[in-house]
Design a protein around this ligand. Structure first.
Ligand SMILES: Nc1ncnc2c1ncn2[C@@H]1O[C@H](COP(=O)(O)OP(=O)(O)OP(=O)(O)O)[C@@H](O)[C@H]1O
Ligand SMILES: [Mg+2]
Length: 814
């Protein structure tokens, strides 16, 4: 017998953003944003659970909470509209088509009219309808119910982890282009925007269009796990010392890798009545208990239930959970069955494959029709236990591709874009963009930073990188940046005294020069007093005034030195400045090596190439001098000074200073104060300082460094730390990681290219740094591979062409 869906659909109308069923039930629907999977800790799950219980408690009697989680297979499709760089284009085509599971969650709150007959398997609106009762038409009742829905929403949102958005009429019913929720369910459409009408057939099994649907239900106490809780330990990501949490029903949610819908129902009845009914049942069983052991067991169970309800003030409810799966071929369903069974086994439950009852259960799943659920398929429990079975997690969220760095999610490898800088600051999660990258040698730090710098560069940023070991060579060549390898015979020359046309000596520049001079002059523990500060400040001002008067003098350290020697000494003398206030001779003596004829006279007196700053990508490689006690820190310092002046000149442009390991020498040489000053200034000008380190010991040994770097790095990128498990406490202490951060961090696996990203102590997640082959060869830090890339680049004329050919060759050989 064929019927038209619109004739038998249990939904009468969708009006005022409510669904009205033909039985007179009124339903309000929400779309729900759940927390990202693998980002919650034990306490979060507990809080979330509490929030659900509290929210259920506000529901009035004769109401139903129907939570419907959709998990649908999808494929990644990159956004090709914008202009893309070589590597973005390559990675887009590499990741295109990658399968993942989409998730959407809806909550339907249904109020049944009080005198509505309870529905059981024998009687359902699928079989016949009735006339809308008067109560449904009562405006007062509706208003009360809407109030309750508002409270429900607020309680959940107060947990800070869930967001509910009321679904409007047009989202519930279909439009020309898009399916509304109701029709999407009835046609089991995996995508919102595909409108294809389908038949529903309830003959041997449920068929919707060409899809076979199966329902696995948890509707019987016997099938349920003996124990339930808000969370469960996820062994894969746990260690001896940490227990990684996922939601109790996680294995029926994101972790069930097939198309499915997870329906969760909580039916709130008149609890006084329920208790009364159970009381009489208990009495009945009591009198029958003498006849059989089963009866006495049932009596005890009922008794326990009643004790819990009254003793612990639990709210008795009825509940039902089911998983609907579908496949185009019947054979597919076999594999799916195994997946569902093992998913349920993980929570220690047994699945029941519904056969005769399936159509009714499917029918009740229509949004707005939860009131039609056959109650004999549900079981008695409490709100506390029922909400353990809720799916609590959703997919990784992603920002727009041009706003973040592309990583991939942990579960399926789908590209997700992370913005650790702008969005968290706007939300008040972080207060700076300082980034600390820490991990053992070979853990992938440089590869991550290459990827981040490349993305930032593509987005228009200026990047200066100080590196030991040549990890940024390939990328620098690719973007046509300025690559400088520092050797003693070919040193980089700076000139911090040179002001490009149009620039004047402002306070910032003066401050920066002063800090530089102090860093060259004093050791960390040397006292530096106010009078010296004033004297240096005056000297700089005097020198620049002097330059203005005598145009023929070229600004450089040499002429500054001479100015001090000839003019400024006299000024001091005339002002009667004592040596203890400013010992100019000591100053001149200590800084002598930087003056003409001195050992390092080239460093501060460059006469050409002074405007490196227009180059957007600068790498200074300082491997050759990394053991030089003076040269090395001073060069690093000068690079930073160069960066600082770049910052002042480029307002509104993102500026990134990356120091890969090199900061260590600065710290050791007693120039930590300058580092602190530099980082403070970078922050002030909205720059991004990135510090990379293998070991934290050096970082925390100096309080100044700790303060300058760790305490001001709201963004932490940490690599696989299992190697440091034996001294993890110290690390945790140094980084100020919470227990939750520790648990998540220790689940990071190097072999999967995973990284931990923590922002402001509030956002923490594990992402994968999966690279497409072209990216890999552009970034590789492996010596042999790097040589090969350079050879190819030379052979084919450019880095880009070289990489393309190299990847082609590799693929052919594979
Ligand atoms: N995301 C990745 N994809 C593929 N390979 C990677 C990735 N990350 C790291 N590797 C491999 O590991 C090697 C070492 O990585 P990398 O140079 O980034 O480590 P590191 O943490 O910077 O080490 P060090 O502290 O010694 O500088 C790379 O040359 C590369 O071969
Ligand atoms: Mg490295």
């Amino acid at each position: 017998m064929e019927k038209c869906l619109s004739d038998i659909l249990p939904i009468m109308a969708v009006e005022n953003d409510c669904i009205l069923s033909k039985m007179g039930d009124i339903t309000v629907a929400f779309s729900v944003e759940l927390p990202e999977i693998f980002s919650l800790g034990e306490d979060d799950y507990e809080n979330l659970h509490q929030a659900w219980v509290k929210a259920i408690k506000v529901l009035p009697k004769h109401s139903v909470l129907h939570k419907q989680d959709w998990f649908t297979e999808n494929k990644y499709s990159p956004d090709k509209s914008a202009k893309r760089s070589f590597l973005t284009e390559r990675s887009d085509s590499y990741f295109a088509g990658r399968p993942f599971l989409d998730h959407a969650c809806f909550i339907m709150l249904t109020k049944k009219p009080a005198q509505r007959k309870p529905v059981n398997s024998m009687f359902s609106s699928l079989i016949r309808h009735s006339i809308v009762p008067a109560e449904t038409l009562d405006a007062e009742q509706l208003r009360n119910f809407l109030d309750v829905c508002g409270q429900f929403k607020r309680i959940l949102e107060d947990s800070g982890m869930i967001k509910l958005t009321r679904l409007r009429d047009h989202e519930l019913t279909s439009s020309r282009r898009e399916f509304g929720l109701i029709e999407r369910y009835c046609s089991l459409s995996e995508k919102k925007d595909s409108r294809l009408f389908k038949d529903i057939s309830f003959s041997d099994d449920i068929k919707i269009g060409d899809q076979h649907l199966q329902v696995y239900s948890l509707g019987d106490v016997e099938d349920l796990p003996a124990l339930c809780g808000s969370r469960i330990t996820y062994e894969k990501y746990s260690t001896d010392r940490t227990k990684f949490s996922i939601g109790f029903a996680g294995s029926l949610g994101m972790l069930l890798p097939c198309n499915h819908i997870y329906n969760q129902y909580v039916f709130v009845d008149d609890s006084a009545k329920t208790i009364k009914k159970l009381e009489s049942k208990r009495l009945r069983l009591q009198s029958l208990s003498a006849y059989s052991r089963e009866n006495s067991i049932s009596r005890d169970a009922t008794n326990d239930f009643l004790n819990e309800a009254i003793g612990e003030q639990r709210m008795p409810v009825r509940a039902h959970f089911n998983v609907m799966v579908w496949g185009r071929e019947k054979v597919e369903l076999k594999d799916i069955k195994n997946m569902v069974t093992s998913g349920l086994a993980q929570m220690d439950a047994v699945a029941k494959l519904e056969s005769a009852g399936a159509p009714q259960i499917f029918w009740a799943g229509i949004p707005g029709n939860a009131g039609d659920f056959p109650l004999n398929d549900s079981f008695d429990t409490f709100a506390t236990q029922a909400s353990c079975f809720f799916n609590q997690e959703s997919n990784y969220r992603s920002v727009a591709p041009d706003e973040g760095f592309r990583f991939t999610d942990r579960l399926t490898g789908r590209p997700v874009f992370l913005d650790p800088y702008n969005a968290p600051r706007a939300q008040g999660v972080s207060s700076n963009m300082g980034t600390l990258v820490c991990g053992a040698s070979g853990a992938g730090k440089s590869m991550v930073i290459n990827h981040i710098l490349r993305t930032l560069y593509d987005q228009g940023a200026h990047c200066v990188t100080i590196d030991i070991g040549g990890s940024y060579r390939g990328l620098c060549d690719l973007v046509d940046g300025y690559y400088f390898t520092y050797t003693e015979t070919n040193p980089i020359r700076f000139n911090p005294f040179y002001l490009p046309d149009g620039q004047i000596l402002d306070t910032e520049k003066k401050e920066s020069l002063k800090s530089l001079l102090v860093a060259l002059w004093k050791q960390e523990n040397d006292a530096y007093n106010r009078s010296e500060y004033v004297a240096l400040s005056n000297a700089l001002q005097g020198y620049f005034d002097h330059l203005k008067e005598s145009q023929e003098i070229f600004p450089s350290f040499n002429s500054f030195y001479e100015y001090l020697q000839s003019v400024y000494i006299e000024v001091l003398r005339s002002h009667n400045v004592k040596d203890k206030d400013f010992d100019v001779n000591n100053f001149l003596y200590v800084l002598r090596p930087y003056y003409r004829g001195g050992e390092f006279d080239y460093l501060l007196n460059a006469t050409e190439n002074l405007d490196l700053l227009n180059t957007r990508f600068v790498v200074v490689e300082v491997d050759a001098i990394k053991d030089h006690p003076v040269l090395f820190p001073v060069v690093c310092l000068l690079c930073m000074e160069m960066f600082l002046s770049k910052m002042r000149k480029l307002p509104g442009v993102r500026k990134v200073l990356t120091v890969d390991e090199a900061w260590k020498a600065i710290a050791k040489s007693g120039m930590a104060e300058f580092l602190k000053y530099a980082f403070k200034t970078i922050r002030k000008f909205n720059g991004v300082p990135i510090v990379i380190t293998q070991e934290l010991d050096d970082l925390i040994s100096s309080p100044i460094i700790k303060d300058a770097i760790i305490n001001n790095a709201d963004v932490k990128i940490l690599m696989d730390m299992r190697k440091f498990l034996h001294k993890f406490d110290k690390l945790q202490d140094a980084l100020g990681l919470s227990e939750k951060e520790k648990t998540i961090l220790l689940s990071v696996k190097k072999e999967d290219r995973e990284i931990f990203v923590g922002i402001g102590g509030q956002i923490m997640k594990v992402l994968r740094n999966e690279l497409c082959p072209e990216e890999y060869y552009a970034y590789t830090t492996e010596g042999r591979e790097r040589v090969m890339v350079i050879e190819y680049a030379e052979k084919f004329g450019s880095m880009e062409k070289g990489i393309v050919e190299l990847v082609k060759d590799k693929q052919q050989r594979a």
